[in-house]
Design a protein around this ligand. Structure first.
Ligand code: PGA
Length: 247
């Protein structure tokens, strides 16, 4: 059985004050879903200190490939682990689009996260142009295969893959549950039964239940809606409810 996981990707959104008000409003959601907070790394400690104890854990949004050294402005996965993180997002589409990260670099970061003892969350997904050109399946498989070729199937089994169609991120335009599920099915066939597959792209409390009802959607990677403690808790609760009934 794959337990659901819901991850908050806060992107570059945080402040001391915002963390205090988030923590004051946060209540542990009911249900069994794993909950992950990925704040900007510099705020990880502060968020962990502010949140009441619960079953949530912490992740980072990106990692450097090296463990230490002369890499100004970078953060090693070992540092994230040292601060208490257990997971690392790698290959997010914003990293790919804005910072030129390639499939090979995403795979290298996946490996670096594992070296530091972090569980990687590999993001994959096609752009609107790629979808329109009928390339969604090929793009997603190419992104998954870059990691499989480097790290192997066993490493993938212990990791997570987040399918995030680029056209659905931050746009309010979620993929229809069946359309998302069709891509999840393709990824599932490639990675096997153990890897947890998350969906990401404008997930909100109101569209989450229909997404989580799909067989191969094991949770969500949530951007905008994860900045609101009540909305995010509702998404976590929806994943937990689904766990209790179908998975
Ligand atoms: P969104 O972002 O929920 O704001 O669409 C998701 C993501 O980029 O991980």
């Amino acid at each position: 059985m794959r337990r659901a996981l819901v991850a908050a990707n806060w992107k570059m959104n945080a402040s001391v004050r915002a963390i205090e008000s988030f923590a004051a409003a946060w209540r542990e959601p009911p249900g069994s879903a794993d909950i992950l907070f990925c704040p900007p790394l510099g705020y990880l400690d502060r968020l962990a200190a502010a949140l009441p104890a619960g079953r949530h854990r912490y992740g980072v949004q990106n990692v450097a490939t090296a463990a230490s050294g002369a890499f100004t402005g970078e953060h090693a996965p070992e540092m994230a682990a040292d601060l208490g993180a257990t997971h690392a997002i790698v290959g997010h589409s914003e990293r790919r689009a804005l910072y030129g990260e390639t499939d090979a670099l995403a795979a290298e970061k996946f490996a670096a996260a594992r070296r530091a003892g972090l569980t990687p969350i590999l993001c994959v997904g096609e752009t609107l142009a790629e979808r329109r050109a009928g390339q969604a399946r090929a793009v997603v498989l190419r992104q998954v295969d870059a990691v499989l070729a480097r790290e192997g199937a066993a490493a993938m089994a212990g990791a997570l893959v987040a399918y995030e169609p680029v056209w659905a991120i931050g746009t309010g335009e979620t993929a229809a549950p069946e359309a998302a599920a069709a891509v999840h099915e393709i990824i599932r066939a490639r990675v096997g039964r153990e890897t947890r597959l998350l969906y990401g792209g404008s997930v909100k409390a109101d569209n989450a239940p229909a997404l989580f009802a799909q067989a191969n959607i094991d949770g969500a990677l949530v951007g905008g809606a994860s900045l609101d403690p009540l909305e995010f808790a509702a998404i976590c609760a929806a994943a937990g409810r689904q766990d209790d009934t179908t998975r």
